[in-house]
Design a protein around this ligand. Structure first.
Ligand code: HEM
Ligand code: CU
Length: 584
């Protein structure tokens, strides 16, 4: 951190120096909170990733022991080094939960949203700094609860990240902790989303009308509404499931439920399908919470590295708004196989086909933005460009899942896993990497090394596809997901080389992250120092702030004179006209 030189003795008299704890731990500064979110989320991403690396062993070499792991993980999880089926289920369930709720959302919204958005709108901080801090600490406690659940009797949740009832209702105590964790996490996102909305509406600096907002801010704005409106139903549902488990209610338990030949005591009158509706009412908009901030980052990086205005700025914004609204009307496409009638399924098939249109429009706009540009192939740009085809594969493979005829075959196969990982892994994660490489110099004052960055990019691109492309084929060949022993069926046995190939790709993907980790820490102290506050010659407001921005961000409130992406304006001397410079 650079020292803040204070030239105003009067101001100084009112400004007590904050102690270490209040400055770096219990801070209310949006940038510190953003960094806290970012670091915590990266740790959880790594943890969630490790869980699945372990699971991939069982899939590649079913039933083969890993003696040393058995010694570490013990009799309850891996006796003699052989993974128990229950442990396999825990790994899958907690991987999904951690990646989505503790990894990607906190990184995309908590970290990037918190750090960048107020800077991009020229605000000194969020509207409610203390609520912002509370949001982080709720998230932190939620994370601790999830981690704690690994140590309770019977281990953590094992009913999948979807926690379908009645299975989850009668699962061991780890499920209770999962529910408690979710209540904290959802409360955190509620506090955060209200703050984001108020900040964007109220705290834009002079001259920054809505149509001058960077796409990233629009993306965060719509994302905040999704968090605000979609998450509470699951919070309520989590409380109901807690009641079923602890208070003897039967919200989700149907009459006469018999499990393993035994009558479940408090069953009757409840509906397992109710849980599925409440869950997917959250979890489909959630998909857009995972992807919209990524699209926003990619738009920023593409505009900056093509040195051109984005093609169709307003079209992109309207598409984002349309996606936001529509995302509340498609949830039951996850439930075609639950026996719904044709009227219902026709409705949800139709809405699902419609919501794919704005995504295609956004992708097309971003693709057209590349047309005829003299592209700078920086590391953030490589990740941003790769995002386009990866997200396109993710999106397009979703269409057959949204039509009942093809979904009958594909439902609950590895195809589904391949499909949504194309959206969230080489899709969103690549966008987030683009964002890290792009904004790192603003946060630290130093650049990330581009040779290491490019190694990281190319290896990740190859192995990501090595992991997820074969999954699409496995699924089409009829292989179910969540099978403990993939060789249990004859067709599974025939496809076992695919499993091995995917696992090796996954482990190599893990190794490919080493250059990033080294780069991330090494550059903090040894990276090339930036020589200006605007090292990428960018146009948006965050680059007008000092590096790193001090508490309060801008020495004087900036003023905005133009639209966000005025690159290569004919007749201008420079190829970029920042929003914050009057005559540029
Ligand atoms: C990039 C590396 C990743 C790899 C190699 C990977 C691998 C896998 C595998 C093999 C499964 C299937 C587990 C099973 O049999 O149930 C799975 C499930 C899942 N993953 Fe990932 N994943 C990755 C990243 C992500 C990310 C970034 C997210 C979310 C944002 C995510 C969310 C999920 C979810 C929600 C499930 C479903 C779990 C379930 O069925 O209960 N994964 N992943
Ligand atoms: Cu969906």
């Amino acid at each position: 951190m650079s020292e803040v030189v204070n030239h105003h003795p009067v101001h100084e008299a009112h400004h007590e120096e904050l102690g270490f704890l209040r400055k770096y731990v219990f801070s209310t500064d949006h940038k510190v909170i953003g960094i806290q979110y970012g670091l915590t989320a990266l740790v959880f991403l790594l943890f969630g990733f490790s869980l699945i690396m372990l699971l991939r062993w069982q899939l590649a070499y079913p039933g083969k022991p890993v003696i040393w792991l058995g010694k570490i993980l013990g009799e309850n999880f891996m006796p003699g080094g052989i993974m128990l089926p229950e442990f396999y289920n825990m790994l899958g369930a907690m991987h999904g939960t951690i990646m989505v709720f503790l990894g990607i959302v906190p990184l995309a919204v908590g970290a990037f949203g918190n750090y960048v958005m107020p800077l991009q709108i020229g605000a000194p901080d969020m509207a409610f700094p203390k609520i912002n801090a509370a949001s982080y600490w709720f998230y932190f406690v939620g994370g601790v609860v999830m981690l704690y659940s690994f140590f309770v009797p019977g281990g953590p949740a094992q009913g999948g990240w979807t926690s379908y009832t009645p299975l989850a209702d009668i699962a061991p105590v780890g499920q209770t902790w999962w529910l408690v964790g979710m209540v904290f996490l959802i409360t955190s996102s509620l506090l955060g989303s209200i703050n984001f909305i108020v900040t964007i509406v109220q705290m834009r600096t002079k001259g920054l009308s809505f149509w001058r907002l960077p796409v990233f801010v629009w993306a965060q704005f719509v994302t905040a509404f999704l968090l605000l409106l979609a998450f509470p139903p699951l919070e309520a549902a989590a409380v109901l499931q807690l009641m079923d488990r602890l208070a003897g209610t039967s919200f989700f338990l149907p009459s006469g439920l018999v499990v393993s030949g035994q009558m479940i005591p408090n069953t009757g009158g409840g509906s397992p399908l109710l849980w599925q509706h409440l869950f997917w009412f959250l979890a489909h908009p959630e998909v857009y919470v995972l992807i919209l901030p990524g699209m926003g980052i990619v738009a920023e990086v593409i505009a900056n590295n093509t040195r051109k205005p984005l093609w169709g700025y307003k079209t992109i914004v309207f598409s984002i708004l349309f996606i936001g609204g529509m995302s509340f009307t498609v949830w039951a496409h996850h439930m075609f196989m639950t026996g719904m009638g044709t009227t219902m399924s026709t409705f949800f098939q139709t809405t699902t086909m419609i919501i794919s249109i704005p995504s295609v429009i956004i992708l097309t706009s971003l693709l057209l933005s590349l047309w005829g540009a003299s592209i700078r192939f920086t590391t953030p740009m490589l990740f941003a460009i790769a995002f386009l085809p990866m997200f396109a594969i993710g999106g397009l493979t979703g269409l057959p899942l949204g039509l009942t005829t093809s979904d009958i075959h594909l439902h609950d196969t590895w195809y589904v896993i391949g499909h949504f990982h194309y959206v969230v892994a080489p899709g969103t994660i690549f966008a987030l990497f683009a964002g890290i490489y792009y904004w790192y110099p603003k946060v630290t004052g130093r650049m990330l090394n581009s040779v290491l960055g490019k190694i990281h990019f190319w290896l990740s691109l190859v192995f990501m596809n090595g992991v997820f492309l074969p999954m699409l084929i496995q699924g089409m060949a009829g292989m179910n997901r969540r099978y403990y022993d993939p060789t249990a069926t004859p067709w599974g046995k025939a496809m076992q080389p695919f499993m091995e190939f995917i696992s090796w790709s996954a482990w190599l993907l893990a190794i490919s992250q080493i250059p990033f980790v080294i780069n991330f820490f090494w550059s903090m102290w040894k990276g090339r120092k930036v020589t200006s506050d605007n090292p990428w010659d960018a146009t948006t407001l965050e680059w007008s702030a000092p590096t790193p921005p001090p508490h309060g961000n801008f020495p004087t409130p900036p003023e905005v004179y133009r639209e966000p992406y005025e690159y290569s304006v004919p007749g201008k001397e420079k190829d970029f006209s920042p929003q914050f410079i009057k005559e540029a």
